[in-house]
Structure formats: structure tokens, C-alpha cells
Design a protein around this ligand. Structure first.
Ligand code: CP3
Length: 344
């Protein structure tokens, strides 16, 4: 059985073409997803229904034959497992209830994998259907990103790029924030281990809100918790490759690559090509086509794919977007990219 291309890239191999998958590849731009989703109005219940979540995971695989499937779930399942209420307002995104005490969450952290074993069942169902040459990715939100949603709860600043409430807490109530991050490290490590046991071959850590941090906070809110999470996951028996995604870390991406013991670093849309090349000298990279260009299509899309291939195709690289696919992306544009790369 040949090793999936995604895993070969994460082992540091330069391949004749990069493996390709897209963040949020399951989702509303697919008519079959919208149809399935309509059957389960509650998004969290949908994520925790293994049959439905496995179907959503497999839909883009059937249609496009991506090199990897990412389990259909959400980073906000963890707050639920720790006893914080989470729900989605239609058209508005996530809402979270009052933050439970750090102690009560700490008491639940080691059970997080068990509490979310529905996600493990999804992974097992998908693995049974997926061809061996396609990799299966599990994931979790990074501690800081999950904490921004948990702390923001009632402030409703979500969607505003600065994560103002959460970052202000880091200055005014550091004991709450750093206590919460430690609980999230523990819970997430157990959650990742459960996903590996259920069939995940690669695990991705989504730090969607690494942007806008001064470097001392980048160190304490992003880098240190990632280091702790990786160490704790390894201690619990996680052996599969990890991809870290410090989105918006800009000039700090190289430092992240050097100091965090993940096997791959996912870069965001704004990462310059030469910075990507420098990170690539340290470890395999993933990224970073602009989701807006995927939506726009046309010659500009082909040209940028060619540019990325030229700049990053000489080293270990996983082709992906710089952030999640948008709900109104034409399917033909996804196919155009796959053809251009030689993946379809
Ligand atoms: O990539 C995939 O196909 C796997 C599934 C996946 C989802 N969310 C499904 C989802 C993954 C990997 C995520 C991660 C996630 N969730 C992140 C990190 C990645 C990123 O985009 O930065 C974050 C920040 C979240 C939290 C979240 N979930 C938000 C802010 C929203 C609302 C925004 C929106 O697009 O509506 C969600 C909902 C969500 N998660 C949807 C999907 C397909 C859309 C909900 C729907 O179908 O109604």
C-alpha cells in the first residue's frame, strides 16, 4: 500500500505535484452539503451525528478526489465538552454562554476525548470508506483561538478581527486566561489522542486568531500553549504528524516553525512567497491560495496557482487555501485549480 501523498509531504518529500485539500472543503458551496444540512437544523447536533458528519466529510472526496479528507466537526465542540453552552445563530455564527469556572472545566478536561467520541465514530466511518491513498485528517482548535470564543461569550465582539475582549482579558485577568489555556491544552490533547485512535492519520491545530498579537503575547498565548499541547499529546501517545496553522502570524511564522515541534506549518493568504520559502527550509508548508481568488476564478486564478507552484513546488508543500473556502465559490473554480495542479 502506498503512503498517502499528504503524509509523504509531511515526511519532508518534494513530490512531482503537491497533495491538495481545501480548508472547509465540506460546506455550503456544495449543493449536496446544503441538502444534507437542511435535515439537521442544529449545527452542533449535525457535527455529533456520525452518519451525517461522515457523509459531509466524504461529499467533497467523491466530487473532487482531494488527497485528504478532513473530519466534519468544529473547533467549538471542545467548549461544549467542558460544560460551556455553544449554539449557532443562523447567519451570525457561534454564540457561547457564560464561562464555567476554570476548576469545573479542569475537572472535565481529561474526559474530553470520551465526551466527543461521536467525532471518533465519524472518523472510523470515513476511514472505512476512504481509498487507502487518501489521508484522513482530524483536527482541533488551538487553545488561544478556542479561548477567544469562550471568553468573548457575552461581549459579542466575535467576527471582529482583533478579538478585543479576549486580548483585553489577557492583560487584565491573566490568571483566568492562562488557567483556561492550560485546561484547553489538557482537553485538546485527549481529544486529539481519541481522534488518532479512531483513525486520523494527520492532526491539524487551527489557530485562526494568531493575528494582531504583539510578540510577547504571541509567545505566551500561541507559541507556549502549542508547545505544551504538542508535548502533552505526544505524552498521551499521539504519534501521527501534526500541522500547526498560526493564521495571521506573519513575520512570526518562521519562529513558530522553528520553535514548535509540529511536522508541518500551514500558512495564510497574506504570507509572502519568500517567507513561505524560508519556512519551507525549516519544515513542510501548507497553503496558501487566497479564498477570494478561488471565488473570482479566471486567468488570475491560473496565474496565481502557477506562481505558487513555481515558488513552493521545489520543496515539501501541501496545496491549500490560505483560509476556509467561501460559501459562494463556484464548483468549476475548484476543478480548475485541481486540473492546473495536475491533481484531476
Ligand atoms: O474543513 C472542513 O471541511 C471540516 C470542517 C470544519 C468546520 N469548521 C465546519 C463548519 C472545520 C475544520 C472547522 C474549523 C473551525 N470552526 C474554525 C477554524 C478554521 C477557520 O475557519 O478559521 C473556526 C474558527 C470555527 C468556528 C466556526 N464554525 C465559525 C466561526 C462558524 C460560523 C461561520 C460560518 O461559516 O458560518 C462555524 C460554522 C461551521 N463550521 C460551518 C462549517 C461547514 C458552517 C455552518 C453551516 O453549515 O451552517
Amino acid at each position: 500500500m502506498s503512503t498517502p501523498l499528504l503524509i509523504q509531504a509531511l515526511q519532508g518529500q518534494t513530490l512531482s505535484r503537491p497533495p491538495v485539500w481545501f480548508m472547509r472543503q465540506a460546506g455550503r458551496y456544495l449543493p449536496e452539503y446544503r441538502e444534507l444540512r437542511a435535515k439537521a437544523p442544529d449545527f452542533i447536533a449535525f457535527c455529533l451525528n456520525p452518519e451525517m458528519a461522515a457523509e459531509a466529510t466524504l461529499q467533497p472526496m467523491r466530487r473532487f478526489g482531494f488527497d485528504a479528507a478532513i473530519v466534519f466537526a468544529d473547533i467549538l465542540l471542545i467548549p461544549g465538552a467542558l460544560g460551556q453552552k455553544v449554539w449557532f445563530e443562523a447567519g451570525e455564527g457561534p454564540r457561547l454562554g457564560a464561562l464555567p469556572s476554570v476548576q469545573s472545566m479542569a475537572d472535565k478536561a481529561q474526559q474530553a476525548g470520551e465526551a466527543l467520541k461521536a467525532v471518533g465514530q465519524t472518523l472510523s466511518l470515513v476511514r472505512a470508506e476512504l481509498e487507502p491513498e487518501r489521508a484522513l485528517i482530524g483536527f482541533a482548535g488551538a487553545p488561544w483561538t478556542v479561548a477567544t470564543y469562550m471568553l468573548d461569550g457575552e461581549h459579542r465582539t466575535m467576527g471582529k478581527g482583533e478579538r478585543a475582549a479576549a486580548r483585553t482579558y489577557a492583560y487584565t485577568q491573566p490568571e483566568v486566561v492562562y488557567g483556561l489555556l492550560d485546561v484547553l491544552v489538557e482537553a485538546t490533547a485527549h481529544y486529539l489522542k481519541m481522534q488518532q485512535d479512531a483513525g486520523a492519520q494527520v492532526l491539524k491545530i487551527f489557530e485562526s486568531w494568531a493575528e494582531g498579537l504583539p510578540d510577547d503575547l504571541f509567545e505566551s498565548l500561541v507559541l507556549k500553549p502549542h508547545q505544551k499541547l504538542v508535548a502533552r499529546a505526544r505524552e498521551l501517545g499521539v504519534t501521527v504528524p501534526l500541522i500547526g496553522f498560526p493564521r495571521g502570524s506573519a513575520a512570526l511564522a518562521e519562529r513558530y516553525a522553528r520553535e514548535c515541534d509540529v511536522q508541518g506549518v500551514a500558512l495564510d493568504t497574506a504570507c509572502p512567497l519568500d517567507v513561505g520559502q524560508r519556512v519551507q527550509k525549516i519544515k513542510p508548508i501548507q497553503g496558501a491560495l487566497d479564498p477570494l481568488l478561488l471565488r473570482a476564478g479566471g486567468d488570475a486564478l491560473d496565474r496565481r496557482v502557477d506562481q505558487l507552484m513555481e515558488a513552493w513546488g521545489q520543496g515539501p508543500w501541501i496545496f491549500n487555501l490560505g483560509h476556509g473556502i467561501l460559501p459562494d465559490v463556484p464548483i468549476a473554480h475548484v476543478e480548475q485549480v485541481l486540473k492546473r495542479i495536475g491533481a484531476q
